[in-house]
Design a protein around this ligand. Structure first.
Ligand code: MN
Ligand code: MN
Length: 319
């Protein structure tokens, strides 16, 4: 299975700080590349934060994550996996998204994802703010012809009603929209790590009324993370599911570079362990979103984000 073309250069041959940075130092295959259709898992950037309601900057996430991800080595010591040998993974580039025209930006992203899915490639999206996820969910729904499940690791449900009095899509409501549009089967959805102050409980109520399992952070720490992830796995079961990782799931002590931080979250180690526990699920796509490099300190959020990406790529391999 292992194809030399899809192996990142080793840092013992070319130092990891050298060279042009692609995600994980994988081959960069733009849309017209002849080998693009061979890709099993395609990583691409949606450098866009036009739906951010608080501090912006996630548009700079893909570039920072490409740079930080060059630090990743080939193997996962915790699991024994070598994900780049087990599957053909590549950097498919970034989507051109207008920073000022939401409709055009989302349409471009959906067109890109549609083409990726048409080639039989599993999507791995790097945001960008969390509304970027909606473009992937919509295209997965269209390609599959059926709703699917979700594992969300986030400090927010992103099931909020529209803000500012309009019908506006924001990074606070992609999953509400995805449920309304029939992309997600709420009974196969689990949301983990919710915390922080709120104006009301409308988002929790919306989810629970439809069968979404919401696990606030108090429940996570009371039960313990292995039990949390066992529950998540039982909820999803054998059903296909998308995995969405908002970097603000992790405590801002470890991940300060994000727009809507909430204190009292998971540690870096707990976050990596949670992702590892997803292996064996039928993961039809994944993302890492909301890394905002302008708010980062010493690049620690980007490095943690790149490390979460690696664990996600491992979790997406067959068990
Ligand atoms: Mn969040
Ligand atoms: Mn989010």
């Amino acid at each position: 299975m292992s194809d030399p073309f899809f192996q990142p250069p080793s840092g013992t041959d070319l130092p990891r700080y050298a060279g042009v940075p692609s995600f994980m130092r994988l081959p960069y295959l733009p849309p017209d590349h002849p080998r693009r259709a061979e890709v099993d898992i395609g990583i691409f950037g949606l450098p866009w934060d036009g739906a951010t309601s608080n501090r912006p900057g996630a548009r700079h996430g893909p570039r920072a994550l490409r740079d930080a991800s060059t630090m990743i080595r080939a193997g996962n010591r915790a699991t024994g996996q070598f994900p780049f040998e087990a599957a053909r993974i590549a950097d498919l580039g970034d989507v051109a998204m207008s920073p000022v025209d939401q409709d055009a930006a989302l349409a471009n992203a959906q067109g890109f994802v549609r083409d990726v899915l048409a080639q039989g490639t599993r999507p791995f999206m790097v945001g960008g703010d969390h509304l970027c996820t909606l473009t992937v969910l919509r295209e997965l729904r269209a390609a599959r012809g059926a709703a699917f499940g979700l594992v969300l690791l986030d400090s927010h449900t992103d099931l909020y009603p529209a803000y500012f009095g309009g019908k506006t899509l924001t990074h606070g409501n992609p999953f509400r929209q995805a449920i309304e549009e029939g992309c997600l089967d709420p009974t196969a959805c689990v949301m983990i790590g919710m915390r922080g102050t709120s104006y009301n409980d409308e988002d929790f109520q919306y989810g629970r009324d439809r069968g979404v399992r919401i696990m606030p952070i108090e429940e996570c720490f009371d039960l313990g993370w292995p039990m949390v992830m066992q529950i998540a796995r039982e909820i999803v079961g054998a059903r296909p599911a998308y995995v969405s990782f908002d970097i603000d799931f992790i405590d801002p002590a470890y991940a300060p570079g994000t727009g809507t931080p909430e204190v009292g979250g998971a540690t870096s180690y707990q976050a990596l362990s949670c992702v590892r526990a997803l292996r064996g699920l039928d993961i039809i796509g994944a993302d890492l979103v909301e890394v905002s490099p302008p708010f980062d300190t010493g690049g620690i959020t980007a490095w943690l984000g790149a490390s979460v990406m690696f664990e996600l790529l491992c979790a997406m391999q067959p068990a």
